[in-house]
Design a protein around this ligand. Structure first.
Ligand SMILES: NC(=O)c1ccc[n+]([C@@H]2O[C@H](COP(=O)([O-])OP(=O)(O)OC[C@H]3O[C@@H](n4cnc5c(N)ncnc54)[C@H](OP(=O)(O)O)[C@@H]3O)[C@@H](O)[C@H]2O)c1
Length: 235
């Protein structure tokens, strides 16, 4: 049994992943940037709570100290993410996107992943079987978004998909740097959550499946890959 931290686990895919891992017998930290909502979510499923805003160095450092003092970490799920949709839940067109909007999305989705991974790496390296799951997206795939026949081709925005492409590259580079770690990027599939105004076609139970699976890979499992529930995806 492992100790797992999931960022952004007060709701959506992160919460469902936390619920499933607790059910499987693991010790789980629900990471959340709001203490009240995070604590309530953790209590609902018998998890621990840790305050963590992935955009804030001090918050991430404090979370790492708390988890270290409580006994350390085996599995980190970098799940917290934002999409920044426009009015009426619209996907912002490429031509309208500003550098500030890009920076906002990257601060959470990209720099947040690095900030949290960097802070927790020393703890993970003390685990006998360390695992990191980076929650990416099918929209990260350069192969998919550049192929007119792909279902993802319709998606026009700049910030969100490119942030997840960066997450995929970060995953590959960490995997090379830390061969003792199992680190993979996952695509949950289009899931009804607040991120997309609940327009997703899957339930959170379906979407969390690949996150739960990759959070439980053993030392012989894959690393440096990009997976959905059916297997490896084209980058
Ligand atoms: N839903 C989909 O179709 C889909 C598909 C592919 C990938 N994903 C990815 O799945 C992950 C989870 O998204 P979701 O669909 O479950 O969306 P969600 O329900 O909106 O959950 C996002 C979570 O991230 C948290 N968060 C946002 N910014 C944060 C920050 N600075 N620090 C800490 N936590 C922060 C949110 O906290 P608050 O409640 O405080 O805002 C929330 O708990 C994201 O990385 C998303 O990109 C989703």
């Amino acid at each position: 049994m492992t100790t797992t931290l999931i960022t952004g686990a007060n709701k959506g895919l992160g919460f469902e992943t936390a619920r499933r891992l607790v059910e499987a017998g693991h010790t789980v930290y629900v990471g959340a940037r709001d203490a009240e909502r995070g604590r309530a979510a953790a209590e609902r499923i018998g998890a621990r709570f840790v305050l963590i805003d992935v955009t804030d160095d001090a918050s991430v450092q404090a979370a790492a100290k708390t988890v270290e003092a409580d006994g350390g970490l085996d599995v980190l799920v970098n799940n917290a993410g934002i999409e920044l949709r426009g009015p009426g839940n619209s996907v912002p067109p490429a031509g309208d996107t500003t550098a500030d909007e890009m920076r906002t999305v990257y601060e959470t989705n990209v720099f947040g992943v690095v900030r949290v991974t960097h802070a927790f790496l020393p703890l993970l390296q003390r685990s006998p079987a360390p695992v990191v799951v980076n929650v990416s997206s099918g929209l990260a795939s350069l192969a998919g978004l550049s192929d007119p026949d792909s279902p993802a081709h319709f998606y026009q925005a700049l910030a969100y998909p490119s942030s997840k492409t960066a997450v995929n590259m970060i995953t590959v580079q960490y995997a090379k740097a830390f061969p003792g770690l199992r680190i993979n990027a996952v695509e949950p599939g289009f899931t009804a959550t607040d991120l997309n105004g609940r327009t997703g076609t899957q339930t959170v139970e379906e979407g969390a499946e690949i996150i739960v699976r990759m959070a439980q890979v053993g030392p012989d499992g894959p690393t440096g890959g990009y997976f959905d529930i059916d297997g490896p995806l084209p980058w």
